[in-house]
Write a protein of this length. Structure first.
Length: 267
């Protein structure tokens, strides 16, 4: 469950990398020239992708804040976390309760390299750790997470814009169902993914795949909504991430993007 400090992971700098491109779109600094070029090319195909990157982080911040502050959730399992940027899950949750426990899951070499630095920002009272596992293996994730999280208490499970990387839609459903079956009643699922509403977005995802990057498949809204089957959706339900409880300081309602999600409770 820990990072192997004796073996440097293989990080390819000659092909674009989705997490680094996402970091570039969000205004971060952890990317290479090949990622900037790919990111700029993607923006030419779909100018909304930059806004989606920024709004996805805002959605994460709002959902974690809601779960930690209003629902008093103190445990978070963030699966497919991607590169750390600003206001990561543990920073938001532990700013509300310093004793919050967060488990990040990823098997990307670049993400795991950055994990060591990220873990230094956890609070003294709380716990933040990484599991190096492919999300296609939820049973292993649950087994490792049990070393850190109390599975007798509510856990917020998070899949933030990552299930489009699942091999198939059935795999995505299996991953979520297996994970949610393991957590107790009173737990939550927070999930969003890209939808196929926009031809430009679909074309952009295909163009990225053609570069040799890990394929990301936008799916119909109905399929993403079905990910929450058997759970109770929290108001406002399944919607564009820009419309999920926007902050009162925002002027007007941000327009919908091809990124939909929700937060739901397990009874």
């Amino acid at each position: 469950m820990h990072l192997d400090s004796e073996h440097a992971p293989l990080i390819r700098t000659d092909i674009p990398h989705s997490a680094r491109i996402w970091n570039y779109w969000m205004g971060g600094k952890d990317y290479y020239e090949v990622d900037r070029v790919a990111g700029d090319a993607a923006l030419e195909i779909d100018p909304d992708i930059g806004a989606m990157a920024v709004q996805s982080r805002q959605f994460l911040i709002r959902t974690v804040t809601f779960l930690a502050r209003e629902m008093r959730v103190r445990q978070f399992l963030d699966i497919g976390t991607g590169l750390p940027t600003m206001q990561n899950t543990h920073e938001v949750a532990q700013s509300i309760d310093p004793a919050a426990r967060i488990v990040y899951v990823d098997n990307d070499p670049l993400v795991l390299t950055h994990a060591r630095a990220l873990l230094t920002t956890t609070t003294a009272q709380g716990v933040t750790t990484y599991i190096d596992t492919d999300f296609h293996h939820p049973e292993q994730i649950i087994a490792d997470a049990r070393h850190v999280l109390d599975f007798e208490e509510p856990i917020a499970v998070m899949f933030m814009g990552v299930l489009g990387h699942a091999r198939t839609y059935d795999d995505a459903r299996r991953i979520v169902t297996t994970t949610m079956r393991a957590v107790p009643s009173g737990s939550y699922l927070a999930h969003w993914d890209g939808t196929d509403d926009s031809d430009a977005y679909v074309q952009m995802c295909k163009a990225y795949t053609d570069t040799g990057g890990t394929p990301y498949v936008p799916r119909p809204q109905a399929q993403l909504r079905d990910i929450f089957d058997g759970l109770d959706l929290i108001d406002p339900g399944f919607t564009s991430i820009t419309h999920w409880r926007p902050t009162p300081t925002e002027i007007g309602l941000p327009r919908a993007l091809s990124a939909y999600g929700a937060v739901a409770r397990k009874n």
